[in-house]
Design a protein around this ligand. Structure first.
Ligand code: T4K
Length: 385
């Protein structure tokens, strides 16, 4: 008892709560200038000028032609309409249980059947080998997730796409700011990770490193998909007198687009700061055998750590909350296959089950003082010791 009390004294309690993340907010004065423009335009949604500017600037930042992009009011509806436009309804789709529920909900909601395959223990992303074993004539697509900003085995999935004629659609909700270098004979291009596969979705929710209040972006290979997506996000209205399908309202509005534009100005600083936070945790945890910092993120979007077992993870989660005023998240526990709509697949993905039981994502965001990062890391070490 005395020992416990002594060790608890070593935990730093923050006066104000520290959350797993906080959104970046642009300087209010600069935001107001954009608001004035919106007031002058008297145009609030339905493909307005801010949205078009945001799409143009995203195209430049990502290195993707504007013809291959479409913006939505959130990432979940972007996924849903992307899956629908790619013709996945009625088919089986192989995906990961180690993700946010939006990935499989979007499949279910368009009438596709999620089939869960296990993940790679290193990257924590869907394993192409595990996915391949589940491919049948009913399989229409594979939906891997670049979880935490860790990049999937994109070559492995490309091979599966070619070999079996199935679509590869990435949930890249966490992977904004991740680039790969495409090397040609005479030039080296910077290409967004969103260029992999047939389609990718980025989420611009405020818990992401880059946001537009709420928002989602689809990047796709086939330019013909754009018109279809533009229609689907606007009730599938084709013209004043024609409605061609059962669309929905998934339009990004002008205030969202303005927030996105203002945050995009700062994207390099946002990425740099997250890297600093990650490095501070890395330094603090160096040499700790029982705290493993997951090393693969290319944009430092999350700081996932693995503990030895479920009990330790739960203790760290609870003590940080109760004693330190630090609110971490157990992304992604429980696994999707523990949730009612997907329980039919419970127990089929042992690697994902093991990691979900041991993972904890620690606070990271632009402006989180590095001294606080060190104090959180010291508390974590103290709790596991
Ligand atoms: N695919 C994947 C792989 C995803 O991770 C997600 C979303 C999606 C698809 C769907 O994309 P969206 O439709 O969301 O664009 C959060 C987010 O709501 C969700 O967007 C995200 N993934 C998921 C991983 O995390 P919660 O329930 O943890 O969020 P919440 O509201 O508890 O926020 C966490 C902390 O962030 C709060 O404790 C405080 C802070 N916070 C949050 C908000 C919203 C703020 O400081 N300010 C804020 O405005 O789900």
């Amino acid at each position: 008892m005395a020992e416990l009390a002594a060790s608890n004294d070593m935990l730093k309690r923050f006066d104000t709560p520290i959350f797993v993340t906080r959104p970046y907010l642009p300087p209010l004065e600069e935001f107001k200038e954009g608001l004035e423009e919106i007031w002058t335009n008297q145009w609030l949604t339905n493909n307005g000028p801010m949205l078009q500017r945001f799409q143009r600037e995203l195209s430049q930042y990502l290195g993707v032609p504007e013809t291959n992009l479409a913006l939505f009011n959130n990432g979940t509806l972007a996924l849903e309409l992307g899956f629908y436009a790619m013709g996945l309804s009625g088919g089986d789709v192989i995906t990961t249980p180690f993700t946010f529920v939006a990935t499989s909900h979007a499949l279910k909601r368009i009438g596709a059947n999620p089939v869960f395959a296990d993940i790679d223990p290193e990257t924590m992303c869907l394993s192409p080998e595990a996915a391949e074993k589940l491919i049948t004539p009913r399989t229409k697509a594979i939906v891997p997730v670049h979880v935490y900003g860790n990049v999937c085995d994109v070559e492995g999935f490309e091979r599966l796409g070619e070999k079996y004629g199935v679509k590869i659609i990435y949930d890249a909700a966490h992977a904004f700011g991740v680039f790969s270098r495409v090397e040609h004979v005479d030039c080296v291009e910077r290409k967004s990770i969103g260029c992999c596969g047939d389609m990718s979705m980025f989420s611009f929710h405020p818990t992401k490193l880059f946001h537009s209040c709420e928002g989602g972006l689809l990047v796709f290979k086939n330019v013909a998909v754009q018109e279809r997506l533009f229609e689907l996000r606007n009730f599938a209205i084709h013209s004043e007198t024609e409605c061609v399908d059962v669309g929905t309202n998934a339009k990004m509005n002008e205030l969202q687009a303005l927030m996105g534009l203002e945050c995009l100005k700062k994207i390099n600083d946002l990425l740099d700061y997250r890297q600093k936070v990650y490095r501070a945790y890395e330094e603090s945890f160096a040499g700790c055998q029982n705290i493993i910092l997951v090393p693969h993120s290319r944009n430092w979007a999350y700081v996932p750590v693995l503990f030895e077992d479920f009990e330790t993870r739960e203790r760290v989660y609870n003590e940080l909350k109760v004693k330190c005023n630090v609110f971490t998240r157990r992304y992604f526990y429980p696994l999707l296959t523990d949730f009612a709509p997907y329980v039919y697949a419970k127990g089929t993905c042992p690697v994902a089950e093991d990691l979900a039981a041991r993972v904890l994502t620690l606070p990271t965001y632009y402006g989180l003082p590095l001294a606080d990062v060190n104090a959180i890391a010291e508390s974590v070490k103290e709790i596991v010791s």
